[in-house]
Write a protein that binds this ligand. Structure first.
Ligand code: NDP
Length: 333
């Protein structure tokens, strides 16, 4: 089948796209710039790849052309950056309207069987409850979706700071997708939706993404920053997952035999702290002491996705080391 994938120039999207091709899918990848589209083609070759430019994902009809003939959609494009001037225009609108434009395109097509949306643990975590030691986010396996955890973000609170703005962008975009699927389901004809909610994503940068030491995505930038700062910051969301596992979850989510219905999945490999990452950089491994602040925090239950997809999580040490290697940063040992 053909997969329409957005955000293929991104840290995560490039890994998903490369894996789709490896697993025999045809892809149609959208980019907002010609240069990133060219780089992607140069690195991955042209076989089974179509590219197209969607300069503004919020524009009316943005994906109406790109959707034609697609059997599946993976929508990853969404801003993850805090270097912004306007929370509404730079974070919330591209996330929510970009998702809405994609959903409208899907509604215009009779082909699409499955939509996979990259959401975030930011849409799951309840920041008002604090570190919540002992709590496990998303709770029991196969619990009905409506009872799962949601960030209680409001449009007013979203404007208080950039972090809330980002959390709002992911929460509102994912809610828009569920509302759309639920309303279509009532009309009888609907593709199913799988949302993937990752916490901090680390791991290697894919060469097709064009990410470099000088032009880093947000989570890789935070990773490198932790290694070089004299005094690592306290870790406010100490849960992570490797980019390769998140990519595999997106690809597996297309398998309607494995995942027959709409699902919301949290993905997580375990805990981390910035101090532990600095230690891996400096000595090759993290001590129990550098990890201990993470014990005061919630954890994430990945039982559902493990049972349905059989993913084995890549650990923090490999994730950090492979990130360094991909960016050609020599570790200290
Ligand atoms: P990147 O910044 O590397 O990639 C983001 C992708 O989205 C790029 O392809 C980018 O295009 C595109 N994009 C960003 N803003 C816009 C916009 N305004 N209009 C159109 N396209 C846009 O980040 P990630 O790969 O990390 O993020 C991918 C997805 O994963 C996002 O949905 C993000 O919210 C989610 N996520 C990421 C986490 C992480 O730790 N990295 C954690 C949880 C969720 P371009 O290359 O042209 O800028």
């Amino acid at each position: 089948g053909t997969v329409l994938i957005t955000g293929a120039s991104g840290f995560l999207g490039s890994h998903i796209a490369a894996r789709l091709i490896d697993q025999g899918y045809k892809i149609r990848a959208t980019f907002r710039s010609e240069s990133k589209s060219q780089l992607f083609l140069n690195v991955l070759g042209g076989k089974n790849i179509e590219t197209c430019i969607v300069a503004d994902i919020t524009a009316p009809g943005a994906f109406l052309g790109a959707i034609v003939g697609a059997d599946f959609v993976i929508h990853t494009a969404s801003p993850f950056t805090f270097k912004i001037t306007d929370i509404k225009k730079d974070l919330i609108e591209p996330a929510v309207e970009g998702t809405t434009r994609m959903l409208e395109a899907i509604a215009s097509s009779s082909n699409v069987k499955r939509v996979v949306l990259t959401s975030s643990f930011a849409a799951v975590v309840d920041p008002t409850k604090g570190p919540r030691a002992g709590y496990s986010y998303t709770g029991p396996v196969l619990k009905p979706r409506v009872e799962e955890d949601w960030n209680p973000m409001t449009p007013e609170k979203a404007l208080e700071n950039n972090l809330f703005g980002y959390q709002a962008s992911k929460t509102f975009a994912e809610k828009a997708a569920w509302d759309f699927i639920d309303s279509k389901a009532r009309n009888g004809k609907t593709p199913s939706l799988v949302t993937i909610c990752p916490p901090m994503i680390f791991g290697p940068v894919h060469p097709a993404s064009g990410i470099t030491k000088d032009a880093l995505n947000e989570s890789s930038a935070q990773l490198l920053h932790a290694m070089t700062s004299a005094d690592p910051a306290p870790t406010r969301m100490p849960v992570f997952v490797d980019v390769r596992d998140v990519a595999q979850a997106h690809v597996d989510a297309l398998d309607v035999a494995k995942i027959p219905n709409s699902e919301r999945f949290v993905v997580c490999a375990g805990k981390f702290t910035w101090a532990a990452i600095k230690e891996i950089y400096e000595s090759g491994a993290a001590s129990a002491e550098s990890m201990s602040p993470a014990n005061d925090y919630y954890s994430i239950s990945t039982k559902k996705i493990e049972e349905m997809m059989g993913i084995k999580w890549i650990g923090l040490q490999s994730s950090v080391k492979d990130a360094l290697q991909s960016l050609d940063v020599k570790s200290k040992i």
